[in-house]
Design a protein around this ligand. Structure first.
Ligand code: ADP
Length: 317
């Protein structure tokens, strides 16, 4: 990764009616980076992406792609970016290779359908229609279709939403291979694990504002209490023990796990003190780890994870 920007967003504002859905956000995406916009539904991720792509207009502020203005230079930008479309947008009566051929004809250059399909192990499906594909293959095809003009910057909006864990991981491999080809990727997601797995840097976005932007590791380490101790006592804890533990860091009851606690601690000295407190107790489970992106997200947004989809997505509580 070098530090030349592929995308520059400056003080971007979008107003719908009387609602400011983007409140002046700024960020840069470096060339050959995989950059994530993470936030719950309605945070403003798609709006941001589509303004950068030139599909929507900004109320104020500017967005540039490869040094070109999203609004004024759209014709030149189009040749150099790839945008993932939702699979429902594809022509139903065409085969995969016919769709790719058609897309290629829109550009002055491009990759052959068989080249694209073999890149993702989908050559055998070339005569099929999108409607005949499984959910995972549809999403895979929608990403492949975004690569038809061999773009330098690829936009993926919620690339794995609704997929099962195996299909999701397969698509992660595809995103990694796109980066390995030297391309820049900007993606939106409300899956923490996805962002942790794929993105070099992430912007956490809530209600049209960026609350934090950094590498996942730095976001975690910059936390006040980056050491995490999970424990499940075999008996109820006395008020004194609870208050001594609370004085060492931030003590919370685990969400969705009855009787289990999470203690966030500043450092290893505090961890040792906490372990001394726990030593005389009977414990059914204990785990020490570094805080994760989930912990950062909860602290910043006041939202927590929902267990609905593989325990990875966010909702407000
Ligand atoms: P996200 O992608 O993070 O789910 P969006 O960018 O789609 O969020 O939406 C941000 C906010 O803007 C939401 O509250 C949404 O309802 C609103 N919004 C999006 N598009 C329109 C539109 N065309 N007209 C009015 N409001 C919109």
């Amino acid at each position: 990764m070098n530090s030349e920007p592929a995308i520059e967003v400056e003080d971007l504002v979008k107003v719908y009616g009387d609602r400011r859905v983007l409140k002046g956000i700024s960020f840069q995406v470096w060339k050959n980076e995989v950059f994530g916009l993470l936030g719950e539904n309605g945070a403003g991720k798609t709006t941001t992406l589509e303004i950068i792509e030139g599909l929507r207009t900004a109320t104020s502020g500017s967005t540039r792609v490869l040094g070109m203005d999203s609004q004024n230079d759209l014709d030149r930008i189009k040749d150099r970016i790839g945008v993932q479309l939702q699979s429902s947008a594809y022509f139903e009566h065409l085969t995969l290779e016919e769709i790719l051929d058609l897309f290629r004809s829109f550009y002055g250059k491009g990759l052959e359908p068989h080249e694209l399909l073999s890149m993702v192990g989908m050559e055998d499906f070339r005569r099929m229609r999108v409607s005949q594909l499984s959910g995972g293959l549809k999403q895979r095809f929608s990403i492949v279709a975004a690569l038809v003009n061999d773009p330098e910057v690829v936009f993926l909006d919620e690339p794995t939403t609704g997929l099962d864990p195996v299909a999701r991981r397969n698509l992660w491999e595809l995103v990694r291979s796109i980066k390995e080809q030297g391309k820049t990727v900007i993606l939106t997601s409300h899956y923490l694990e996805e962002v942790e797995a794929l993105c070099e840097r992430v912007a956490i976005i809530k209600e049209g504002e960026i609350l934090a932007l950094d590498t996942v590791a730095s976001l975690v380490l910059r936390q006040e209490n980056p050491v995490r101790l999970d424990f499940l006592p075999g008996q109820e804890l006395s008020g004194e023990v609870l208050s001594r533990l609370s004085s060492l860091g931030t003590l919370k009851e685990s969400h969705g796990k009855a009787g289990e606690y999470v203690l966030f601690l500043k450092d290893l000295v505090a961890l040792k003190a906490a372990l001394r407190e726990l030593e005389p107790l009977e414990l059914n489970r204990i785990a020490v780890s570094t805080a994760n992106l989930e912990d950062v997200f909860v602290r910043l947004t006041g939202s927590r994870m929902t267990g609905e989809e593989e325990g990875l997505a966010w909702r407000v509580v």
